[in-house]
Structures are given as C-alpha cells and as structure tokens.
Ligand binder design. Structure first.
Ligand code: ADE
Length: 245
C-alpha cells in the first residue's frame, strides 16, 4: 500500500513511522510513505500556508493553493490519483470496519489540517473526511498516525501470527479477554484458576466468557452488533445470573 501524507509538520511523522510494527511493515515492503511538506508548495517568498478568514473573526485558515499544488505533485510523481482522506473533527468517526475497508485501497493520501481549519473548497478535491473522535486536536497529524496504525493492522503480513490472532475478537465486536503473566500472586491478587489448569478447553471457555463479561460491563453498546453462538448464549445467561446475584 502507498500512503501519501500532506502536512506542514513532516517532522511529527519521523519517529512514529520509524518504530515497531510500522517500521517492520516498511522494511517488508508492505507499505511505502511519501511525506510532503505543504509549505514547499506555497509559491510566495514567505511560503505562506495560512491567511485571515473572509468575513473576519479570530484565527487563521489554511490556504487551498499550496495543498492543491502538493496534491498535483504527488499525482505526477506516482502517476495516479490516490484516494484523498481529510483528517477533520467534522469527518465520520473512525472504527475498525472503516480501517479494514481503507486497508483494501492501494494508494491513499492523508491531508492534515492545522489552524482553525482549511478553506472549505478543499472538500471539492477530497474523497472522504475522517475524525478520530469527538474532541478537537491542534491538527490532523496525530489523527493521521492513528488512522495509519489502524489501517496497517488489517494488511496481511503486517502483524506476526501471534499478533493477528488477537485481532479476531475485536472483529467480532468483543473486547479482549483478561490477560495475566507471572507472578502467579501479586499483592494477594491471584491469577484466575482456569488459566493454571492446563486444560485447553476450560481455558478457551473461560476466556470466551470473560471477553463477553468485559464487553457487557464496559462496552454494552458493542453487544448490539455481537452475534452470539449457542455456547455464547449459555455463557451470557451465566454472566447475567452472576451479575444479578
Ligand atoms: N483534527 C483536529 N481534531 C481532529 C479529530 N478529532 N479527528 C481528526 N482530525 C482532527
């Protein structure tokens, strides 16, 4: 997958894209980033990327020409047009399903806004607007990194085997089951007995039940999309009885 990034702060991406899973994905040739400094495409001597809003008011607005010029440059370099995604709190809120869908694209370009916003005419050139949640950040750079991480996890080969197994439960709209590692007792708190039993079936069933319990207690909103099996229905009944006890 090719990912273009348009930003006036390219340095923000250096370390996050150069570490851990994303670093490995780049080394494996599974993803390639082209980071473009929008400022390089401002034509005036001061490299101006923002200006006062028409109609007055506080703050500055990102100009459209440098962004448009950067888009043209990217398309010329790559010989094709990417799917353009604008990071903005006005976009559709990111979820794992959206990340999986975007992971099937071969070329996307993330546009990071700054200041109080971007000239509205940018929407004419953008395919999708994405928000990472109902809070306002100072720019689209961190949201772009969040989106990249969420997308790359869906590209086959990016995660190792042991990492991708974990993904299954989230796809099912269930939270992860509780995990423990040594020591067996910490400050009087013991690791649940089924995990020490060595009985694979008992462990599987306990994990399934605890994943469902966690989801009911912490994210009941996810239960609406969860499709329980016959066994799950029995586990749900047990959990509800335990909760009501
Ligand atoms: N830019 C500023 N805040 C944002 C958010 N919550 N999501 C995406 N882009 C943003």
């Amino acid at each position: 997958m090719e990912i273009g990034i348009l930003t006036i702060f390219p340095g923000i991406f250096d370390s996050p894209l150069g570490e851990s899973i994303i670093k490995r994905a780049r080394q494996k040739g599974l993803v390639d980033f082209t980071i473009i400094n929008i400022r390089d495409f401002a034509k005036d001597i001061h490299k101006t990327c923002d200006d006062a809003p028409y109609g007055g008011g506080p703050g500055m607005v990102m100009k459209i020409e440098p962004i448009y010029n950067a888009m043209e440059y990217l398309e010329k370099e790559k010989g094709r047009r990417p799917k353009y995604i604008l990071l903005t709190p006005q976009g559709r809120i990111l979820n794992d399903e959206m990340a999986a869908r975007l992971a099937r694209q071969s070329f996307i370009c993330l546009i990071c806004g700054r200041y109080e916003g971007i000239d509205e005419r940018i929407l004419h050139f953008v395919d999708e607007e994405v928000s990472i949640g109902d809070y306002v950040l100072s720019g689209g750079e961190f949201p772009a990194l969040v989106l990249i991480d969420a997308i790359l996890r869906h590209i086959p080969g990016v995660l190792g085997n042991s990492e991708s197994i974990k993904e299954e439960s989230l796809n099912e709209n269930l939270l992860e089951y509780p995990q423990y590692t040594r020591p067996q007792v910490f400050m009087g708190m013991e690791v649940p007995a089924p995990l020490l039993s060595g009985n694979h079936e008992e462990i599987r069933k306990w994990r399934r039940k605890e994943a469902i319990r966690k989801t009911i207690l912490k994210r009941p909103d996810l239960m609406g999309q969860f499709k329980p099996t016959e066994e799950d229905l029995i586990l749900i009944r047990e959990i509800m009885e335990e909760i009501l006890e």
